[in-house]
Design a protein. Structure first.
Length: 253
């Protein structure tokens, strides 16, 4: 082989090695799932579910006050709707009777950390403690272990996600934020939810918000014209699934 040809071959080999390394790094960093590979699903919470059924889930993050929780439960009963409630451990300490009521009325209960801390700012030991502490508190009241976890503020990183999985939890966020926390009006919440909801949508609400009763009545009435409103336990898949880069949970195959 001529010297010039050898240099070209070495150069091309180096370029190919660089490209392969770059692609592999991209896959590791961004959790890309290559079809036909042995890599697992992307390390990201479930934001939405791909389903052929017309069903969606209403979810409530409960971290602050408790004065309107019974109102929310009564509205859900009124329309025969079951929802999912993510509870903060410190809130559970002062509201055991409400926790029992949520369970007795047939709703899902999920783990929302113990102190509502941003998990990405904690070390691994404290992350685990946040989840385990709340798990024990809820189980002591309901007699059942929680299986779903929602990170405070929706914030997560690789470490917090892995700890969540190691503890046997499914990490669940949302694809439609009602924006009720902005408290800028009933119409804003209603329009935002109805405009963005699709089959498999997970909707985020909060418990300690003004005018829950007004917007929930309007939203539930309208959604029930098209969708079945089910708890997350009836929406997300237990196994045989993958999660794409947008957090959409899909059945494999």
């Amino acid at each position: 082989m001529k010297k010039g040809q050898h240099k070209i071959k070495v150069f091309l080999s180096s370029v190919m090695f660089f490209i392969c390394t770059l692609v592999a790094s991209f896959g590791v960093i961004y959790g890309v799932r290559y079809i036909g590979s042995n890599m697992g699903p992307k390390e990201i919470p479930i934001n939405k579910v791909e389903t052929k059924e017309n069903k969606v889930s209403l979810t409530f993050d409960i971290a602050g006050g408790s004065s309107n929780i019974y109102d929310i439960l009564d509205i859900l009963d009124k329309y025969n709707v079951k929802a999912s409630f993510f509870l903060v451990g410190n809130w559970v300490d002062n509201n055991e009777e409400i926790v029992k009521e949520i369970k007795e009325r047939g709703h899902d209960i999920g783990n929302h950390s113990n102190s509502h801390a941003n998990m990405t700012e904690l070390n691994e030991k404290d992350m685990e403690q946040e989840i385990v502490t709340t798990s024990k508190k809820i189980e002591s009241i309901t007699g059942e272990k929680t299986t779903m976890y929602r990170p405070p503020f929706g914030e997560f990183d690789k470490n917090s996600f892995e700890i969540c999985q190691e503890l046997g939890y499914k990490a669940v966020k949302w694809d439609v934020d009602s924006q009720d926390w902005k408290e800028i009006g009933v119409n804003h919440v209603v329009e935002n939810v109805l405009k963005n909801t699709k089959s498999g949508t997970i909707i985020l609400f909060h418990g300690d918000i003004n005018y829950n009763e007004q917007y929930l009545n309007l939203i539930i009435k309208k959604l029930k014209e098209k969708y079945d409103l089910v708890p997350l336990s009836d929406l997300i898949y237990d196994d045989g699934y993958e999660i794409d880069s947008n957090g959409v949970q899909k059945l494999k195959g």
